[in-house]
Design a protein around this ligand. Structure first.
Ligand code: GDP
Length: 390
């Protein structure tokens, strides 16, 4: 799956930078990456997106200092400078790509306001699907972030082919502040995107995928303009060392278990279950998903067609719809078996409902505060009979 990815704003840029690093490390050069921001320092902090693929917008208005949490200003600047962004995309080349992927934090200003504008233009101008990865604010970030995220989400959903949500609140790591968790959350996001990017990619020399998933199957899974959540699970593979020492006999036993055909398939199907039932990028009711896609990656001797078929049947029972696609990707560049489950077009997402509620409250509070402020300011001058200058 060859993505043209645009990291919009701070979070979007950082996540894309890590995605780029990951792709380089695994020897893939298919990812096209462009970072767009109103804050100069955010762009300067990127390490793997080449400087020529970083665009600073809004210089005349915010002078490279960012828009704060004003996503209306973010949207305005993106709209005014959309030509610059579209030209950069065109110059980097789009003829070999399978889809666009806009990555942004939806609670802030630049990415929250700018990504729906970009999604609108890309969907009008290109036939390739436009996806967005939207990072939702954690509840502790306050109502303004919720309001921003809710507005951005509603607008994005008008233009994208799919919105993959990630909930910072659900992903904050135990004993860490949200800020401290960012790097780890970003790693988790990139792990999932990297597996998705492998769909339809030629496999390493000498390896054959048993059930190959093509990029068109990812596109078919994600069609329809809904919200998706991604599950993921990994299993370390045992080294094939000959067992010695105290636990040698145990290791030997384990090796036999590993190679047993029946068990191999059980292991794959339970890993897929673990991915679907474990921590999703946004917690949701899996029973409300319209479609699903399963991708398993790992060394070929650990992959198993029967296991994948079993997992597929199980997932068909779990989701609301019946379309489940499944495939594997053999690779020697890993010490894990990884299972990815994309739950497409889920409708039962408590956090989104909660965000809407918080956003409505925030909107009302902002309106009331503004009304009060105007009334109080006027009343300051009420008693004096003064004329304005002009
Ligand atoms: P922008 O630069 O104006 O688009 O604003 P940000 O990208 O900083 O968006 C703010 C939102 O993104 C907040 O909800 C933050 O919690 C979140 N955020 C900021 N940086 C990161 C990051 O590196 N990773 C993740 N997962 N979230 C981030």
């Amino acid at each position: 799956m060859r993505f043209f990815a645009i990291g919009f704003g701070q979070a979007g840029g950082k996540i894309l930078d890590l995605f780029m690093e990951n792709e380089k490390l695994r020897g893939s050069n298919t990812l096209k990456a462009l970072a767009v921001n109103t804050a100069r320092t955010d762009l300067m902090g990127l390490k793997h997106i080449p400087p020529k693929n970083r665009i600073l917008i809004g210089q005349t208005i915010v002078k490279g200092h960012g828009v704060g949490t004003d996503n209306k200003l973010g949207a305005k600047i993106a709209q005014e400078e959309i030509e610059t962004v579209l030209n950069a995309i065109d110059e980097m080349g789009t003829h070999e790509i399978d889809a666009f992927l806009i990555i942004a934090g939806l609670g802030g200003g630049t990415g929250s306001g700018g990504s729906p504008v970009l999604a609108k233009y890309l969907s009008e101008m290109y036939s390739e699907p436009v996806y967005a990865v939207g990072v939702l604010p954690a509840p502790e970030e306050g109502k303004l972030y919720s309001l921003n995220a809710a507005r951005s989400m509603i607008t994005l959903l008008k233009y994208v082919d799919n919105l993959i949500l990630v909930d910072n609140g659900a992903w904050k790591f135990e004993g860490m502040s949200l800020r401290e968790s960012y790097a780890k959350i970003n790693e988790e996001i990139v792990r999932r995107l990297a597996i998705l990017a492998r769909a339809g990619e030629p496999v390493e020399e000498g390896l054959v995928g048993e059930m190959v998933v093509d990029s068109s199957e990812v596109i078919n899974t994600l069609r329809g303009g809904g919200i998706s959540s991604i599950g993921y699970a990994t299993l370390p593979i045992q080294e094939k060392k000959k067992g010695g020492g105290l636990f040698g006999f145990l290791k030997k036993k384990e090796e036999q278990v590993v190679t047993a055909e029946e068990d191999r398939s059980t292991r794959i199907s339970s890993l897929v279950r673990k991915a679907a039932l474990g921590r999703l990028t946004i917690p949701c009711n899996i029973g409300s998903a319209e479609r699903a896609l399963v991708l398993v990656a790992g060394p070929p001797e650990y992959l198993d067609r029967k296991g994948l078929e079993k997992a597929k049947l199980w997932l068909e029972e779990q989701i609301a719809g019946v379309e489940v696609r499944a495939g594997d990707y053999p690779t020697r560049r890993t010490k894990h078996i990884a299972a990815l489950v994309v739950l497409a077009n889920v409708t039962d997402i408590p956090r989104v409902k909660q965000l809407q509620k918080l956003a409505a409250e925030a909107k009302e509070e902002v309106e009331i505060a503004e009304k009060e402020r105007i009334e109080k300011t006027i009343s300051l001058f009420e008693e004096e009979d003064l004329e304005p200058l002009f």
